[in-house]
Design a binder for this molecule. Structure first.
Ligand code: PRX
Length: 636
């Protein structure tokens, strides 16, 4: 298996050195041995950091779904590809084999074609975590349509913004979704959003909760009858290596969400390679990533990475707290899960519950544990290690981003000795650099700086949909010939990396990437609000939570502050989604500003974090007196 599967530390160092000495031949060897191509590439890599432009496996032709499905049929046709565990434990789990997945993807692809979807068209997918979600992604990829999945917790406005940004022609949704003991009216949210979307020609609706919904004549179609009529095979569209595979939106520190564009060949090679190595995946394993497919983690490590390896991947519809806090552990026992990949926020939340929830379940099937999305604190790491892994499962703290497409810095189980809170070492082919504020690389160990990547890797996002200039400005302008991650990191005495957090105005709340500017824009639309500033502060379970400082207009009206807080959070829910709600809202008469009028967020962050010992020099502010007022009224 050449260098596809790394098994010990010495091998890691050997492979890493080789991958850095000659990245092209390193990736070429992997691409050659492990995938199905219709035509070989002419060139492994060409790049230009100034344009910026990156091309991997140029000239090659392939279809990613043949790699994820068809080529497994001969040897793994009856093996479970997707193991669906419903929200309600009383509902039966579904084992979808590779044969069945092949058929269902083909039927779905034929329905898309019948509704006029062609190669290059954008299809918005707004579905809960049900099999049709994974099938929809694959069906788009089968015919060369570009999927744009929008997390089904986003509001109608957020959905409409994303649909309009990439002019999607179709939405695939469901009547509703289950979330613990609640149901959510997804179709109602879609209907509301589509009032401001002109590009949508059709809506396909999966029946999930059997609710009574409005169906717009001529536009909306129940999916099942169309699938029943559809042919069970569908020839794959032959794609070029650099054809877009999907768009996935992520928050920026300012402005509208960024539609990160991922392309076909490089993304496939890198997600498959990292899945196999980071999770030390073996043929009979049952792998479970608890993320939602609405985020990059689900795209790369529920759908594409596992299926490209012929793995069994668990898809869970529900939440960790329903019907009780044992739900995750019950599923691990029930399906004999071998690799379990989740977010620190879930670990912290479950770690607060009674240990009986864990101990009544047999977790002995577990071999590798993973975390992603935010820094994991030591306490949570040890709880995970002791109570879930029973000190017998390596923990992989995987650092990466929507933009990177795949895991970048992570231990390799049984190879890299783990240290709590450290993502440890770069994966093969990944060349991190720490930069100082003047733009110079900080060499050596025991240093910290801004985390950049100084050589292209196959799964990097290639552009921002419709806005290449923003792609250049955001990622390639801060440091010359480097990709800038937006994160700070330190490198310890042995060269291990620890991610210290964002260095921009993005806050990671419960593992979700939230830009503060769009939330401020939403609040400022409230008729009573004059101005606002949002910052993150440390939170025991969420990692970070949001703190809002709000200046009210002088309307003369005395309003109940608690009601106003509720209204403000409702506005955020409506415009962005419940994940962006503020934990604390402080009304204030002013915000600390520099003489040029810029809000001093550093001060606001410190006050919200109860860390006022060193606020720095506030005398140069336009309004230094406001700092004391804010400190006096801080919400603890
Ligand atoms: O700040 C880093 C944090 O999450 C950001 C990327 O968020 P998103 O694009 O939503 O992707 C999340 C899932 C890949 C990063 O810039 N982050 C992600 N993983 C870690 C992390 N911070 C610390 N440790 C991690 N393991």
């Amino acid at each position: 298996m050449s260098n596809y599967h790394i098994k010990h530390l010495e091998e890691y160092f050997q492979v890493y050195r080789k991958s850095v000495r000659n990245p092209e031949s390193y990736w070429e060897e992997i691409a050659e041995e492990h995938f199905l191509w219709h035509k070989r590439w002419d060139n492994v890599l060409s790049y230009d950091f100034d344009k910026p432009e990156f091309k991997w496996f140029e000239g090659a032709q392939l279809n990613i779904t043949e790699n994820c499905i068809d080529r497994h049929l001969r040897t793994r046709g009856d093996k479970t590809a997707i193991l669906f565990e419903p929200n309600d434990p009383k509902e039966k789990a579904q084992h979808i084999t590779y044969n069945e997945l092949h058929k269902r993807v083909a039927q779905m692809a034929n329905v898309l074609k019948a509704k006029g979807i062609k190669k290059g068209d954008r299809v918005c997918i707004y579905l809960p975590m049900i099999p049709e979600l994974a099938i929809s992604l694959l069906a788009c990829a089968r015919i060369g349509a570009i999927h744009s999945v929008v997390f089904a917790g986003f509001s109608s406005k957020a959905l409409a913004t994303r649909i309009n940004d990439s002019s999607c022609k179709m939405v695939i949704t469901s009547d509703g979704s289950y979330r613990g003991s609640k149901t959510i009216d997804l179709k109602g949210i879609v209907d509301e959003g589509l009032k401001s979307c002109e590009s949508i020609e059709s809506v396909l609706v999966v029946k999930r909760i059997n609710s009574d919904i409005h169906m717009e004549e001529g536009r909306d179609h129940w999916l099942q009858p169309l699938l029943d009529e559809a042919e069970e095979t569908c020839a794959p569209e032959i794609m070029n290596a650099e054809d877009p595979l999907f768009i996935l939106y992520t928050s920026g520190s300012t402005g509208t969400p960024k539609g990160m564009v991922h392309t076909t060949a490089g993304y496939m090679v890198y997600t498959a390679f990292t899945f196999k190595n980071v999770f030390q995946y073996r043929e009979d394993d049952i792998y479970w990533c608890t993320a939602d497919i609405g985020w990059i983690t689900g795209h790369s490590y529920i759908v594409y990475g596992p299926l490209a390896n012929g793995a069994t991947t668990v898809m869970f519809e529900g939440v960790p707290s329903y019907p009780d806090h044992a739900r995750f552990w019950e599923i691990v026992e029930k399906h004999k899960v071998t690799q379990f990949y989740t977010a620190p926020t879930a670990i912290r939340a479950l770690g607060k519950e009674n240990l009986d929830f864990v101990e009544k379940h047999d977790l002995s099937s577990l071999k590798v544990l993973g975390t992603v999305g935010e820094p994991i604190n030591e306490e949570a790491w040890h709880w995970y290690d002791e109570n879930i892994g029973k000190r017998n499962c390596p923990i992989v703290d995987t650092w990466w981003q929507t933009e990177t497409g795949g895991i970048m810095i992570s231990p390799i189980p049984y190879s890299t000795p783990a240290i709590p809170t450290f993502a440890t070492l770069p994966l093969p082919g990944i060349q991190p650099a720490l930069m100082d504020e003047e733009g110079k690389e900080i060499k050596g160990n025991q240093v910290d700086g801004r985390l950049c990547i100084k050589f292209p890797w196959p799964s990097m996002a290639r552009t921002i949909w419709g806005n290449h200039q923003r792609y250049k400005d955001t990622y390639f302008s801060a440091f010359k010939n480097m990709y800038f991650t937006g994160d700070g990191a330190l490198r310890d005495s042995v060269g291990y990396y620890r991610i210290t957090g964002r260095v921009d105005d993005v806050v990671i709340v419960s593992g979700h990437n939230l830009g503060t500017a769009p939330i401020e824009d939403a609040i400022n639309e409230h008729p009573a609000v004059a101005e606002s500033a949002i910052v993150g502060y440390p939170h025991e379970v969420k990692g970070n939570a949001l703190y809002g400082y709000v200046i009210l207009k002088e309307t003369g009206e005395t309003r109940n502050q608690d009601n106003l807080r509720k209204e403000i959070n409702q506005m955020i829910s409506d415009r962005i989604g419940p994940i962006a709600k503020l934990n604390k809202i402080q009304f204030t008469s002013g915000l600390p500003k520099t003489r040029s009028g810029k809000i001093m967020r550093r001060i606001l962050r410190k006050i919200a974090s109860n860390d006022t010992s060193n606020l720095g020099d506030t005398s140069t502010l336009l309004n230094p007196e406001i700092v004391q007022e804010i400190m006096d009224n801080v919400i603890k």
